[in-house]
Write a protein that binds this ligand. Structure first.
Ligand code: NAP
Ligand code: F7E
Length: 321
């Protein structure tokens, strides 16, 4: 039985990855940070089947200790401060978690489990103000937020540890991926949650920023399989994971409101608060390397994803509290 250690197991991707690895027969050890409450809503259905251990990306000793104790074959470093907007109001903390946290995890692996395989959660935000379209593995980075800058650091320190210490360490440059488990502040979930509340008479508007921004949105459940495939390769390598299609937030809105037969134009209010100091206008990835080398392809297209998210939010808001 193989052992996988997942940082960020309580997050969207961590919960789907844990499910995916359990199905494959892995022993799954998940890193959680200490809290006065137990906010395990995304993994409530898994807590009996995974081992939860306490550590924090800010604390080297705790990370080295959990890697040493778990003896993992694979390490998935998914933990981060992942909300782009917050990275302008908490830039130093974002750097500590999302950039230096990667070095701490790599150091933990180097000291405690150097034969393990390491996955780093890189991001399309590294392409930022894009210098070519579509974006591929060779496209230069031009990050546009403290989050994007921190992810570029995390990406290159992973490459550097691979080359310096001969570690099996890879980065998946994942484009936006969503699900009913997406955090409520991200635009897709904010919209599908609002659609459900508006349909049920619990809200009358949704306040948004730049709805002309374009993203390449996939389904998180598909993307965790790509992470696993990257760690099964003979040699470590980095991959873009995306659908190859781009849509505007406006198109997402249209699709989401259409699921409940409403017209988004009657409910959207533009709010300056949600505009960003620097925007990423257009992202669209080229997933052909992943298709050719990993045999990976996205299975859920945007219309299906939107419907899945709206229906899940309708069900959640329909339940008596
Ligand atoms: P998410 O839902 O925000 O989850 C983040 C996870 O990190 C949570 O489990 C969180 O724990 C944990 N975490 C945060 N700070 C920590 C700390 N100091 N110590 C230990 N754990 C900490 O993010 P996601 O959408 O699943 O994304 C997973 C990873 O992929 C992130 O690194 C993200 O930046 C990256 N990524 C995401 C996307 C996307 O579209 N989703 C695309 C590219 C890359 P708590 O539950 O305690 O907060
Ligand atoms: O914004 C625009 C906003 O916050 C998408 C993270 O997972 O994916 C995510 O980062 C777009 C932006 O995601 C609102 O300006 C308009 O152009 O859903 P988002 P993101 O910034 O693309 C990448 C790949 C990651 O790695 C990140 O971790 O939507 N937008 N109005 C809005 N966005 C939000 N959140 N809220 C609004 O009201």
């Amino acid at each position: 039985m193989k052992t996988a250690l997942i940082t960020g197991i309580t997050g969207q991707d961590g919960s789907y990855l844990a499910e995916h690895l359990l199905k494959k027969g892995y022993r799954v050890v998940g890193v959680v940070r200490r809290s006065s409450t137990t906010p395990y809503e995304r993994i409530a259905h898994l807590v009996d089947r995974v081992e939860l251990v306490s550590a924090d990306l800010l604390d080297q000793t705790s990370l080295t200790d959990v890697v040493q104790a778990a003896e993992p074959d694979e390490i998935y470093n998914l933990a981060a401060q992942s909300f782009v907007q917050t990275s302008w109001t908490q830039p130093v903390l974002t750097g500590e978690f999302t950039a230096l946290g990667v070095t701490r995890m790599l150091e933990a692996m180097r000291k405690a489990a150097p034969k393990s395989r390491f996955y780093q959660a890189s991001s399309s935000e590294q392409f930022g103000k894009v210098v070519e379209t579509p974006q591929r593995e060779s496209t230069p980075f031009y990050p546009r937020s403290p989050y994007g800058v921190a992810k570029v650091y995390g990406h290159w320190i992973t490459v550097n540890y691979r080359e310096s210490f001969d570690l099996f360490a890879v980065s998946g440059i994942l484009f936006n991926h969503e699900s009913p488990r997406r955090g409520l502040e991200f635009v897709t979930r904010k919209i599908t949650d609002a659609v459900a509340r508006i349909k049920l008479g619990k809200a009358h508007e949704v306040r948004l920023g730049n709805i002309d921004a374009r993203r390449d949105w996939g389904f998180a459940g598909d993307y965790v399989d790509a992470m696993w495939r990257m760690l099964q390769q003979d040699a470590p390598d980095d991959f873009v994971i995306s659908t190859g299609k781009t849509y505007s937030v406006r198109e997402f809105l249209d699709a989401a409101f259409s699921v409940v037969d409403l017209d988004y134009r009657n409910y959207v209010v533009h709010d300056e608060k949600f505009f960003r100091p620097a925007e990423v206008d257009l992202l669209v990835g080229d997933p052909s390397k992943a298709k050719n080398k990993l045999g990976w392809e996205p299975r859920v297209a945007l219309p299906e994803l939107v419907r899945m998210m709206v229906e899940a939010d309708l069900e959640r808001h329909s339940k008596p509290r």
